[in-house]
Design a protein around this ligand. Sequence first.
Ligand SMILES: Cc1cc2nc3c(=O)[nH]c(=O)nc-3n(C[C@H](O)[C@H](O)[C@H](O)COP(=O)(O)O)c2cc1C
Length: 262
Amino acid sequence: MKSAKRTIQYGAILLIALVLMTARSNSITEPTPVPATATPAPAALEIISTSPLTYALSAPQTDGAVSVERALNNRRSQRDFRDQALTHGQLSQLLWAAYGVTSQQGMSERRTSPSAGALYPLEIFAVVGDVTDIEPGVYRYVPNGHRIVRIVEGDMREALSQSVHVVNQDTVAIAPVSICYSAVYERTTEVYTVRGDVYVHMEVGHSAQNVYLQATAMELGTVAIGTFSNRGAMHEMMNLQADEIPLYLMPVGYLAGDFVLR
Ligand SMILES: Cc1cc2nc3c(=O)[nH]c(=O)nc-3n(C[C@H](O)[C@H](O)[C@H](O)COP(=O)(O)O)c2cc1C
């Protein structure tokens, strides 16, 4: 009898907590509308501007031969790459997996990665050294329209490698491309205040895992590097805005050894 009474009391407390949490989250999760100007990606790579150099990446594949379970089972951090170019199609696929737009709902868009309040605080860059038909340089990824815009000219892999811990420098210098993440925290903290910083860090993990799985499915390797020796140098090299903080760097390439999916 006593225990039944206690169960009812616990149930009532749980219900009140749930109601309060729902009310609170409803009051703070209203997403800021994103302008709806979704532009479909072209079938093939297109240069759509020369100043700044802007490529519309080819449309990504939204289906593939490797199951998500198989990609998960084969995912591993890889640090030893061959000096071999990636195709622009592979780069397109990796960037789409990281943060690509997957639907447009009225005034707001949704992407491959979840984001608190659909605020999308991450900025993604491709440091291109050796990718077919794409000039070397540092590019900012523009999810809407699936484009990359060059912000720094030239092969910056060696310079980029100096901004990470010495154990990862060769990896970054050799990989044909590195995907780099920064975050504009304010986009999220404006709405979620103190919890916003934590959300941003959760979100970079979501997106990086997408890159890991997509790379694995294409029999490519990558590693999420979070240990910087000189975050300031990366900030400067990528010409980041004052409020952008570099978070992760993911070199991607063919493995030096064979990569046979199990
Ligand atoms: C937040 C975070 C930071 C990491 N930073 C680095 C790094 O700076 N350099 C590196 O080589 N690996 C880094 N890694 C990769 C881990 O070393 C790797 O995930 C771990 O050894 C487990 O191996 P696995 O990814 O192959 O399962 C990082 C992983 C995470 C999640």
